[in-house]
Design a protein around this ligand. Structure first.
Ligand code: FAD
Length: 824
């Protein structure tokens, strides 16, 4: 028998090796277009990043060693350009010489893989723009980095490979910007799970845009300018395109083999194409997904390898083995988190109208009391009638791999959530808990399925109106004070039985806590007390907050301002000035493995026992602790001396402060904040009259200049600044400085403002310019809104001295401590 194989990497090489092991007498020739065979595609990003330092380690086999071991012929740089199914021969082009020749076959196996998608965008073929599929691509990227020493890279596409590249290039020392067209990274995940990845990326000093497409590339002073759909452009030194792959099925199509709707080669359960003597495997085939029963392509190494083995068996033994299909079990390391998925995500099930219920649980990687426990978030989707598991997603730090494999086996075997609840796992504190996170996910789902609890998603809660819904936060008052869902009433779990009369019976009750556990107990109390419409927020406040806050962070890098909704990143921006710590008075606390509010409660209990000035160093792994500890310290008058995050572990150093009166801490009437929005002379005057009056009466005053208000604080003599077209246009149309401001009413082409200035002079009222100067001299804080400056093309050099550039967050922080807040 004569077996020919097209493609010599994952699927092709596996098929060849297995064929030889089963049939020593056959003739086997493997054709590979490239120079290398059987290499580790999956290791390429790690070689680029330097984690794999030795290039040779990428090669599992060389053509020579493989040929020798399996007594077969490996022809590299040999492209199969045509297949004649009738004559049963292929045409091969020798890429060294350009010559073509034919080879006959008895059986042919196609494993041509997938090729990166490269849309026809202007400038896409420019130097410095790369895709990554194989070793030559890798070498090109490595060489470019060595020779050109790029400082910045734009990674386009935030799928598994895009994020692996982002991490590795970041590790290599490049500043990384990720641009993703969808509203989330990693498409196989549901949004709420991807949101966990977004929040993690924010802590890693990586810039990323969501909902943003790339429009074109152009050369800009030896750099690449990447124009985004938002009209913004990013200047960079290199670009990695990883916006997806498509099956390399051109040869099969030209041969007349059946191609499916997905563009993949259609195969039957024996992995035979529409021609009985041609089999196909790997990234190029489409196959029925066992969960959805629709045709799909799996771009993963595991299935390609397993299919290769099945095909070899079927060729040698006569269609003995059937392929059951892949459920897309995948895993990736994204900086410190591990992200994995198997089966079908809730959003895809929804799109396909497949009935399902989703449930989110948050657990620890192992027993909380054993050191090193870290959080793990799990989302599962299951059938509402039978409880059959349809999909699972995990984001965590440790032990994600073994849990996703359990879920994968469960889905493959048609297991139900009841089965998950009973899965027997090996347990000792360093490895798991007596109820493994997989069991917990199953138990919660079982409760849902059996009507013991009803869940509501974060999306549904976000859309809730107070008219028909009543939100109950069953956490402790301390936790409630750190932040809750708008409109929620705080009834701590341990007091709920005493407050049943205060809870309306004619409204839908949405009950929540940190992660859903205490809320479940509360729901059970309520349901057994006659409340009928009781729902537990799935995944608790952790999921709700993660999914509801700002997901991308493009504004941080470009403008150094942040939205107030960006709770996680705000903490990271603050560089605390370290006051000396008396090490003898340092108390160490380990709150790792404790879920919210555990770490805060532990910190509170310890700090309450300390003297003023004593310091606690606390380590925690609950992601929410990063935000909570800051808010808690503010509210309680303790000092957050340092806050750092390393992997999953958050370390806070907190100094015991004087106990504060909470009412005073929250609303310090000694401060005043004003927003100067308008550039009308009268309104600007009003702003400064109030500001100067307030500071004279002992208040600390901040003025936030936004939009037209920026014109009030422009210099009269401005330096030359470079502006784009819009900046120039705005510059021409807007007043050049405070002296050019008009009145809001009766301006009469400038006459009104001149008259106003004259009257002010007569009445010995200070000029606006004097008021501005005296405000500055008295210590009024001027904050110019960075976003408005960007929008209106105003440059920092155009503003008077002593103006800070800041964002909404800076302003809001000031308002939180102000008793007076005015918009002018
Ligand atoms: P390939 O392994 O791509 O092999 C196809 C080969 O066929 C190519 O070498 C090509 O040159 C050759 N060929 C094509 N047409 C012809 C022709 N006409 N004549 C001769 N030769 C031809 N999967 C995972 O499961 N986990 C991971 O972590 C992971 N990481 C990855 C990272 C990167 C950077 C890449 C690119 C892929 C990664 N994958 C990963 C995907 C995995 O590598 C593929 O799913 C797998 O290699 C597919 O096997 P295949 O045999 O179908 O195709």
């Amino acid at each position: 028998m004569r077996y020919l194989i097209v493609g010599g990497v994952a699927g092709g090489a596996t098929t060849a090796a297995r064929l030889r092991r089963l049939d020593e007498a056959s003739e086997i020739i493997m054709f590979e277009r490239g120079a290398y065979i059987s290499y580790a595609n999956c290791g390429l990003p790690y070689y680029i990043g330097g984690t794999i330092s030795d290039r040779d380690k990428l090669f599992v086999q060389t053509p020579e060693s493989f040929g020798k071991r399996f007594n077969l012929e490996v022809r590299t740089l040999s492209e199969v350009v045509a297949i004649n199914c009738t004559a049963k021969h292929i045409t091969v082009k020798d890429l060294r010489t350009g010559n073509t020749y034919t080879e006959n076959y008895d059986k042919l196996v196609l494993s041509p893989g997938a090729e990166p998608v490269k849309p026809p965008l202007p400038g896409i073929n420019m130097e410095g723009i790369f895709t990554l599929r194989n070793v030559p691509d890798t070498d090109k990227i490595k060489t470019y980095i060595t020779e050109k020493n790029p400082r910045h890279v734009v990674v386009i596409g935030a799928g598994f490979i895009g994020l692996e590249m982002a991490e590795n290039l970041h590790q290599k020392g490049l500043r990384v910007t990720i641009v993703e067209m969808a509203d989330q990274v990693m498409n196989p995940l549901d949004y709420s799970m991807a949101a966990l990845v977004h929040q993690h990326l924010k802590t890693k000093n990586v810039e990323f845009y969501l909902n943003t497409a790339v429009a074109s590339f152009s050369k800009q002073h030896e750099r690449i300018s990447v124009l985004l759909s938002s009209s913004k452009s990013i200047e960079t030194d290199m670009v990695v395109l990883s916006i997806g792959v498509k099956p390399d099925s051109k040869l099969a199509e030209e041969t007349g083999l059946q191609i499916g709707q997905t563009g993949g080669i259609v195969v039957n359960e024996f992995l035979q194409t529409s021609d009985n003597d041609i089999y196909a495997v790997g990234d190029a085939i489409e196959f029925t997904n066992p969960v959805t029963r629709t045709s799909m392509i799996t771009y993963l190494a595991g299935p390609a390898n397993k299919q290769g083995r099945i095909v070899a068996d079927n060729i040698c033994m006569g269609n003995l083995r059937t392929y059951l299909g892949s459920i897309n079990t995948a895993i990736a390391k994204v900086f410190d988190v591990t992200v994995a998925s198997t089966g079908v995500a809730g959003k895809l099930l929804g799109k396909m109208n497949i009935p399902h219920i989703d449930s989110i649980t948050h657990s620890s990687s192992h027993a909380g009391y054993y050191p090193g426990a870290v959080p793990m978030s799990i989302k599962i989707s299951f059938a509402p009638d039978t409880g059959r598991l349809l999909g699972a997603q995990i984001v965590g730090f440790d032990g994600v791999d073994k849990r996703i494999d359990i879920f994968s086996s469960a889905i493959r075997n048609g297991a139900t959530v009841q089965d998950l609840a009973e899965i027997e796992h090996a347990y000792a504190p360093p490895y798991s808990s007596a109820k493994d996170p997989v069991n917990i996910a199953g138990m919660v789902a079982q409760n849902i399925l059996e009507g013991i609890t009803r869940v509501i998603s974060w999306r549904a809660v976000a859309a809730c109106t107070s008219e028909n819904n009543f939100l109950v936060d069953v956490r402790t008052p301390d936790e409630y004070q750190l932040g809750t869902i708008e409109g929620a009433v705080n009834i701590p779990l341990d007091e709920i039985r005493q407050h049943l009369d205060e809870i309306p019976r004619d409204k839908k009750l949405v009950v929540f806590c940190g992660i859903g556990l205490r809320a479940h107990v509360a729901c059970r109390i309520l349901m057994q007390s006659g409340f009928t419409e009781v729902f537990n927020l799935s995944g608790g406040l952790k999921t709700y907050e993660t999914a509801n806050q700002k997901q991308s962070n493009e504004d941080i890098f470009a403008n150094d301002y942040i939205g107030h909704d960006d709770n996680i990143y705000q903490g990271a921006k603050e560089k605390a000035v370290l006051k000396p710590i008396n090490m003898q008075k340092l108390h160490e606390l380990d709150a790792c493995g404790l879920q919210c509010p555990g770490p805060i409660l532990k910190l509170k209990q310890t700090i309450d026992k300390l003297d003023v000035g004593e310091v606690v160093k606390i380590r925690a792994t609950d992601a929410g602790f990063y935000k909570d500890v800051k808010a808690w310290a503010n509210i309680t008058g303790n000092e957050l001396v340092e806050l750092t995050q390393e992997g999953a572990q958050i370390t806070a150093i907190v100094r015991r402060g004087e106990p504060v009166n909470k009412a005073i801490a929250q609303r310090n009437s000694n401060n005043a904040t004003l927003i100067c929005f308008s550039d009308d002379l009268d309104k600007a005057l009003a702003t400064f009259v109030i500001a100067n009056g307030a500071i004279a009466s002992g208040k600390k005053v901040s003025i936030f200049f936004t939009f037209w208000g920026l014109n009030v604080i422009k210099r009269q003599q401005k330096p030359e600044v470079k502006k784009d077209v819009f900046g120039k246009m705005f510059g021409m149309m807007m007043p050049q400085s405070s002296r050019k401001l008009g009145l809001s009413k009766m301006n009469m082409a400038g006459m009104g403002s001149k008259m106003m200035r004259m009257v002010m002079k007569d009445k010995h009222v200070d000029t606006l310019e004097n008021m501005i100067q005296s405000a500055l001299n008295s210590g009024v804080e001027f904050i110019a809104c960075q976003m408005s400056m960007d929008v209106m093309g105003v440059k920092a050099e155009e503003l008077i001295d002593n103006v800070q550039i800041g964002g909404v967050a800076t302003y809001l922080e000031r308002t939180e401590n102000a008793g007076l807040n005015l918009f002018v």
